[in-house]
Design a protein around this ligand. Structure first.
Ligand code: ADP
Ligand code: MG
Length: 556
């Protein structure tokens, strides 16, 4: 039989797994159970929606089997199984988890931590096994297959015998070493503990034989050991549990179990809505910017369930782009299982849920801004750019939702402030909200135009992000106060009263400057706005010099 090699990335990850000195090896079970649950989700959904298939709830479960003599641990599921091609594609190369590029970069620094917190699915089995065997039969396939691997040097695929659709993953556990025990993964209490800890919310029963002492039949004092199949998990998804029964840790655990992120979430939001439309949702604001967040590859969306059955992994319609960083799940009884992607887009119920979610996220962010400024600033550092894009890209349509969430650097406060704080502090005679644009705070500080406004003791917003000025332009005003660039020619400040008037005796100087700069500038004028600087650049019309620069850099 031919042995096939793993692809390069998979090999590296496998090496990491096999030689792992990581202490939290127990997560391999969580990963295998989560894969089993995913596979059952797919099958369950098919059975529920395809009338030609008979449906029987009892047919869907995960089973854990222990064989102490042979040192094997088996995780079986009645899920959708894998065809031969799928075995090649899914287990021969690293899964499309997307996190791998990120891992590569961070491997040296804290690779093991990432494995532990983030999980890398199937391969984690090699942290505890010498050999992994997968026996699987795909739905609709008459053949079953066996995939087998002893680690980095490759795997084999062969025909096999299996009666029912589904998958068995058989782990041949490593022998104990001096400082590492693998025997524990053959112990009932240990396995039960791991399942309870990581997989309690899995919606299918995780069954296992549990030994207990029972009275012998017909006897009153004689006990015997009996094995009985038990369901280990409570099967209540976290979002159906009562909020006050849940701890921060529960929510954080769910976040990492779901692989929403490898860090702690910055904030979680648990909604249980019992109105016209009923739904539960758990939403997270990630603690870090996902490595691909500001790229085209990033896919926003929430997991969507209908009465506990997963119907879509990333339902994009539930989140506006500007809140695209939010992760989480939504479960509603009022959504039809049979709904297609296209129909979902127009679904009234879904639209209503999306609207409520949008408002809730906004409210929670405002709360954070009010009550935990430091955390909010951390949030804004990660995702503020996206909010500003949001203002700009929909032409201010989202102003109500977004304008109070924006932060800009203030010349007076030397820190980020809200527009509301700016307007509240405006001087009595001040007409406009002033802003200045530039590459950095230091650079803006040195702009001659800034001096002029500062002299009046007016606060200036420093815009350093490319998108800032676009957003401000789209907003045009905040609480009836217009924005004005310090570079604009009509600042309407009284110290510019003699503005731009030409003085005859300097005519000659101006003319020669125009000649020298011809083709580079449009005009040369006198100004009284300058204090310590001999000259400044101003723009005419709506676009500032910085915006022109940005626009010129954009591909047409
Ligand atoms: P992920 O779950 O993030 O996709 P994994 O490494 O855990 O990554 O699994 C890789 C792929 O292998 C899965 O996406 C799935 O297609 C397939 N797979 C793994 N375990 C099973 C299983 N028990 N039944 C069916 N398919 C499975
Ligand atoms: Mg997985």
């Amino acid at each position: 039989m031919e042995k096939k090699e793993f692809r390069a990335e998979s090999k590296r990850l496998l090496d990491l797994m096999i030689n792992s000195i990581y202490t939290n090896k127990e997560i391999f079970l969580r990963e295998l159970i989560s894969n089993a649950s995913d596979a059952i989700d797919k099958m369950y959904y098919k059975a529920l929606t395809d009338e030609s298939l008979s449906f029987n709830k009892e047919d869907y479960f995960i089973r854990i089997n222990v064989d102490k003599e042979n040192r094997t641990l088996t995780v079986s599921d009645t899920g959708i199984g894998m065809t031969k091609e799928e075995l090649e594609d899914n287990l021969g190369i690293i899964a499309q988890s997307g996190s791998f590029d990120f891992k590569k970069e961070n491997e040296v620094k804290d690779g093991f931590d990432i494995i532990g917190q983030f999980g890398v699915g199937f391969y984690s089995a090699f942290m505890v096994s010498d050999k992994v065997t997968v026996i699987t039969k795909a739905y609709g396939d008459s053949n079953a297959y066996k995939w087998e691997s002893e680690g980095a040097d490759g795997y084999t695929i062969d025909l096999a015998e299996k009666e029912h659709t589904g998958t068995d993953i058989i782990l041949k556990l490593k022998e104990n070493t001096e400082d590492e025990s693998y025997d524990e993964y053959l112990e009932e209490y240990r396995l039960q503990g791991i399942i309870k800890r990581y997989s309690d919310f899995i919606r299918y029963p995780i069954k296992m034989d549990i030994t207990s002492n029972k009275l012998k039949e017909g006897s009153e004092d004689e006990y015997e050991e009996v094995k009985e199949e038990k369901t280990i998990n409570s099967m209540i998804p976290i979002w159906r549990k009562n909020k006050n029964e849940l701890t921060d840790e529960d929510y954080e655990k769910f976040y990492s179990e779901k692989h929403f992120g490898f860090e702690k979430p910055l904030k979680y939001i648990h909604m249980s809505v019992d109105g016209v439309i009923r739904y539960d949702a758990i939403l997270y604001i990630p603690g870090e910017t996902p490595y691909d967040f500001y790229t085209k590859e990033y896919e926003k969306g929430l997991e969507l369930y209908s009465s506990g059955v997963l119907i879509m992994n990333k339902c994009a319609d539930l989140l506006p782009d500007y809140f695209g960083f939010v992760k989480g799940i939504v479960d509603s009884e009022d959504l039809s299982l049979n709904i297609s992607r296209e129909m979902l887009q127009h679904d009234r119920q879904l639209k209503l849920i999306a609207k409520k979610i949008r408002e809730k996220i906004k409210d929670e962010l405002l709360n954070l801004l009010k009550n935990d400024r430091e955390k909010y600033e951390k949030f804004f550092e990660n995702f503020g750019k996206q909010l500003k894009f949001g203002v700009y890209s929909e032409f201010g349509m989202n102003r109500d939702i977004l304008e109070d969430l924006l932060l800009f650097y203030s010349s007076n406060e030397k820190k980020l402030i809200t527009l509301e704080e700016y307007v509240d502090r405006m001087k009595e005679d001040q007409k406009y909200i002033y802003y200045a644009t530039g590459e950095s705070i230091q650079r803006i500080d040195k702009l001659p135009q800034v001096d002029f406004v500062k002299e009046k003791d007016y606060e200036i917003l420093y815009l350093t992000d490319d998108v800032d000025e676009f957003a401000i332009k789209v907003l045009t005003k905040y609480k009836e106060k217009e924005f004005k660039s310090v570079s604009s020619s009509d600042l309407e400040l009284d110290n510019e009263s003699e503005k731009e008037e030409k003085q005859d005796d300097d005519e000659e100087l101006i003319n020669s400057m125009k000649k020298i700069l011809s083709g580079k500038v449009k005009d040369v004028r006198f100004t009284k706005k300058l204090k310590d600087h001999p000259v400044y650049l101003a723009s005419e019309g709506d676009l500032s010099i910085e915006m022109e620069k940005v626009l010129n850099q954009m591909p047409n």
